[in-house]
Write a protein that binds this ligand. Structure first.
Ligand code: GRF
Length: 203
């Protein structure tokens, strides 16, 4: 069996997607291992999941740097130290800059809680509900230099119910989103993948 793909996960919040990846990666046949978890703020619950799993963590705050470019460089160094094959933004609420993309472009993935290209940005479920769509969902994609514009790896749909609130829809999406993330990170790691234009081909 080839050695597992090294994954660094970036988070800003509760880290339920991270927790799902950590649980999946306990299985030696999963194909990927989380080698470090980084955050843009201290005190987020996701860092505790990593600590519980005895995985190294780091925090790189924008405010600790003179400007965004310096932060982007520092984040790139911190992630590089763990020599990842894949970097995954799992609720990481920062756009990375050109240094990060020069190092990890093409292998930096993000999971977004809307069916892109609809509803990019940080309020996917709220925007979907306000628009009145009947189907919502989550998108796993390869990050490029736009906002939620990269090549799509996978999408999963959930219904929008008449009595949904932002909270209930967000929760329904997150359940499907976590399962998708776990399934596809494993598949990418085990089967390999390539980009043809905007199309992601697995295997
Ligand atoms: C996910 O739904 C992601 O799409 C959004 O933030 C959420 C992160 O949740 N950007 P968690 O921190 O993994 O629980």
């Amino acid at each position: 069996m080839s050695s597992p793909q090294r994954v660094v996960v970036l988070i800003s919040g509760g880290g339920s997607n991270l927790a799902a990846l950590l649980a999946a990666a306990r299985d030696p046949v999963y194909g990927a291992e989380v080698v470090a978890v980084g955050a843009d703020r201290s005190g987020c619950a996701g860092l505790d999941h990593a600590a519980d799993a005895e995985i190294p963590t780091f925090v790189e705050r924008v405010g600790d740097h003179p400007d965004r470019e310096a932060w982007d460089r520092a984040l790139t160094v911190r992630v590089s130290e763990h020599a990842p094959d894949l970097v995954i933004s799992a609720g990481f609420l920062k756009l990375v800059g050109p240094h990060f993309l020069a190092a990890f472009g093409g292998r930096y993935l993000n999971t977004h809680n809307a069916l892109l290209p609809s509803f990019p940005g940080i309020h996917g479920p709220r925007d979907a509900l306000a628009y009145g769509v009947k189907v919502a969902g989550a998108t796993l994609f390869v990050v490029d230099d736009g906002v939620d514009t990269g090549a799509i790896i996978a999408q999963v749909a959930v219904p929008v119910l008449d009595d949904d609130t932002e909270k209930s829809l967000t929760t329904r999406i997150k359940v499907a989103e976590r399962a998708q993330l776990v399934e596809y990170v494993g598949r990418l790691a085990r089967e390999g993948w390539r980009l043809e234009g905007r199309r992601v081909i697995i295997g």
